[in-house]
Design a protein around this ligand. Structure first.
Ligand code: GLN
Length: 193
């Protein structure tokens, strides 16, 4: 199994480390020629979604990545990655990959409470999982019944799955807990193969 990790900006190294600890081969996507390598899945890391969209667009990566996801490539987006996957932001269409039927609220917790740790239940994945939120979004609402809500923290949706797409508002890669990555590798990637 070989997983592409979008490495334009943000916390991509931590994802690579976590996948490698699980015995999965990774490679970094920085330009179109990287993207054209064979792959079984894609990880979109946290960082700054506005910058990531701008870079994806100027590098000619936005359209091919969106197309691959629409054609069934498994994807896991964390934080800014979740924002990139969302079709809407505050009820308005977004610029981005826009492959998931979710409406997001960016920087949802305000500046003071922007970063915090929590523990939560993620449906079908685990109890008391550590969750690191950094200027995190949450999901206002799901836009179709294809989206499965996996976790809520303080009444807000923070993890979802839509078929071969997984997204979390928090950063599992910044903890030592491998549950989310393991779930992606064991349940989502094989189901799309
Ligand atoms: N606040 C960032 C954004 O809007 C996301 C933060 C993160 O990925 N940790 O893109």
């Amino acid at each position: 199994m070989r997983v592409a990790v979008l490495a334009l900006q943000g916390a991509f190294i931590e994802h690579e480390q976590m996948l490698q600890e699980l015995g999965v081969e990774t490679f970094e996507v920085r330009q179109l020629s990287d993207w054209q390598q064979p792959k079984d899945a894609l990880i979109i890391p946290g960082g700054e979604s506005t910058t990531q969209v701008r870079l994806l667009s100027s590098l000619g990566l936005l359209h091919p990545i969106r197309q691959a996801i629409l054609e069934g490539l498994p994807v896991f987006g964390t934080c800014a990655g979740l924002i990139l996957l969302a079709k809407e932001e505050d009820g308005q269409p977004r610029q981005g990959l826009c492959t998931m039927d979710i409406d997001v609220c960016r920087n949802a917790y305000g500046r003071q409470l922007g970063s915090f740790n929590a523990t939560g239940h993620v449906s079908g994945i685990g109890e008391h999982l550590p969750m690191t939120f950094i200027r995190a979004p949450y999901i206002h609402r799901t836009l179709s019944s294809d989206v499965e809500i996996l976790s809520e923290v303080d009444g807000h949706i923070v993890a979802v799955r839509q078929g071969h797409q997984l997204a979390t508002a928090f950063h599992p890669e910044l903890t030592t807990d491998h549950h989310l990555h393991q779930y992606f590798i064991q349940h989502i990637i094989p189901s799309a193969a």
